[in-house]
Design a protein around this ligand. Structure first.
Ligand code: HEC
Length: 144
């Protein structure tokens, strides 16, 4: 190394870089915590949305599907299924309710869950609520 690059210069780069990135991390964390309540529209979490989340968890929907990118990649992403199905909760309910018991021959398919009308309505309401989260347009396309 040339004489012009001294040990103290190296130390300053190390310390300066560390301080810079720690501050950046703190600022971004603060910004996230501040803006999240506005983005997740938590004021719209009705008892029905909460029940829908419970139906979602009890039936392990996330074992096959992703929700905002989180979950398994076996079946379509569902954070935007409400938009994909023409902003119509009934289409979502119908899809879940009419899955054949034995699956669709020759292709991967979704099981029949035998949900009650109330559970169907709740899980569709949960998916509607999820689609309305301000998630910076993730996923970036309407397909599953
Ligand atoms: C064993 C895996 C599996 C589980 C568990 C599962 N699904 Fe599915 N789901 C699928 C597959 C595969 C498809 C695509 C099937 C098709 O297009 O015929 C699908 C499709 C869907 C669709 C339509 C998506 C689209 O864009 O066409 C909805 C809505 C849906 N599932 C909701 C649910 C809900 C709600 C649960 C939990 C109650 C659930 N799924 C659990 C496998 C699963």
């Amino acid at each position: 190394m040339s004489d012009s690059f001294t040990k103290s210069m190296a130390r300053n780069i190390y310390l300066g870089g560390s301080v810079f990135f720690i501050l950046l991390f703190l600022v971004l964390t603060f910004d996230t915590v501040r803006t999240l309540p506005k983005r997740d529209h938590r004021e719209n979490i009705t008892p029905q949305v909460a029940l829908g989340k419970k139906v979602w968890e009890d039936n392990n929907c996330v074992g096959c599907h992703t929700l905002m990118g989180e979950g398994a990649y076996y079946a379509p992403e569902l954070a935007n299924v409400y938009d994909r199905f023409g902003k119509n909760k009934d289409v979502i309910k119908m899809f879940i309710a009419t899955r054949p018991k034995e699956g669709v021959p020759g292709r991967r398919s979704m099981p029949q869950f035998n949900l009650s009308e109330q559970e169907l309505d709740a899980v569709a309401e949960f998916l509607k609520w999820t689609s309305e989260i301000d998630d910076a347009n993730w996923p970036p396309n309407i397909q599953g």
